[in-house]
Design a binder for this molecule. Sequence first.
Ligand SMILES: Cc1cc2nc3c(=O)[nH]c(=O)nc-3n(C[C@H](O)[C@H](O)[C@H](O)COP(=O)(O)OP(=O)(O)OC[C@H]3O[C@@H](n4cnc5c(N)ncnc54)[C@H](O)[C@@H]3O)c2cc1C
Length: 471
Amino acid sequence: MSESPRSVTILGGGLAGLSAAQKFCAAGWPVTILESEPEAGGLASSFEQEGYTYDHGPHRLYSNLEELNDHFKDVLDGNWHYRDRLSRIYMKKKFFDYPLKATNVLKSLPPWLLFRSFFDYGVVRMRNLVSPIPDDNFENWIIKRFGRTLYELFFGTYTRKAWGIPCTQISSDWAAQRISLLNLWDTVKKTLFKPKNVPRTYVSKFLYPKDGGIGSLGKGYVRMIEAGGGKVIAGAPVVRVESEGDRVTGIIYEKDGEEHRQTSDIYISTIPLTLFVPMFGERVPAEVTDAVDGLVHKGIVCVYLKLDREQLTPDHWIYIPEEHIAVHRISEFTNFSKTTAPEGKTLVCAEITSTKGDKYWTMDDADLVKLAGENLVTLGLLNADDVEPGGWVRRIDYAYPIYDLTYRENLGTIQKYLKGFANMESTGRQGLFRYGNMDHSIAMGHAVARRTLTKQGIDHSAIAAADEYFG
Ligand SMILES: Cc1cc2nc3c(=O)[nH]c(=O)nc-3n(C[C@H](O)[C@H](O)[C@H](O)COP(=O)(O)OP(=O)(O)OC[C@H]3O[C@@H](n4cnc5c(N)ncnc54)[C@H](O)[C@@H]3O)c2cc1C
């Protein structure tokens, strides 16, 4: 049974906000989205320049729920195709399949390192029997399952580089969700025998728009929302939240240099918690402000290199753990869809971990393009002659929530405070500070809308929270 229609304001037009709005529109509820960027789409946006289409790094669209995959196809309205995933690790001038395949590791590692890896794994397993290694941080979690040698080779170096903090300061929650519940023996078994229930790590198929980059998904939602009578106001950053007692009473946003006030019955925020909570002003208790200050995000600088060749590699993305190289991952959009580059050309996105204000964040675009190109030449992945003049840079400040050892407690304090507002929910990757994927944000948007519309269905905050792999 549906409630009688009430008006809804959604803060943030990423996939969480868009998917929630689409559900409300379908039920006939009036919805307005306020999005700060010139277009909706959030992290899953695409951009067009000089005949190229590019995303924020690689974006593979896939859900373990078939009904959600069908929904993506509906939103894309025929503009989709399946891709066969190829992702590898490039290290010491060799490619290793990712997810790791035992045969590939056996072939590519020198025998002494292989012996050390298995020996080490055996020692750890024995040690664990006598005195269990606690799963209290990322480093211990991996060493317990793979041994120290493989941890250093494949997981530790990459994670230190990508997250910019020691692995002992990263929560094991992250490992459980991103590395999959595997150990070395599982890896061997899964290479030799096909697993019955394929975890997401091993899923080789994914969806991608045939045309227009991953941003076509967001554009599809905008079309559906507007056709359903909803409004998407882009270029409209929210700056303040008005509230009285346990209710949000209005949203102040900027548009064309002026402040506007938006009111509705219900408010759903999908913008970063660290921006949202301070918008309530002085009423926020000191302990909540401290908790907000304790949450850390990692940013990314995406450097786009135009190459005068048809293909660099067949991979969708390649991890680069080598610590002396700034770039930690590259992706090639023409492997997702041929239409993303002019004939005979390709575009590579080189990602560099960064934090707003650090040396990569503040580096000139031209210097970043030069640095990324030089990195790939040093690694032997690229010839200097292949790089065409030009190239672009995009900086993403809220790319990754950092699961450090205090994030859970801080998040708990913030969520308890926000639960005190009866007509407001905070959801999505940013609104739940959850390292999820596109499908999770969409499922969160749907769940929060469904609960509001019908008082039924799962709680949005339970999505992508379990110790299950979804990397
Ligand atoms: C490099 C990279 C690679 C990824 N690869 C994959 C992948 O392969 N597969 C996958 O499924 N997922 C991938 N993801 C994750 C995926 O992009 C996100 O989980 C998903 O897009 C998040 O959607 P969201 O709506 O929850 O958050 P967001 O997309 O962050 O949306 C939040 C929105 O709020 C807006 N906003 C912020 N401040 C304000 C304000 N003051 N006022 C109004 N609006 C505001 C933002 O502009 C944004 O549009 C990747 C992410 C990154 C960074």
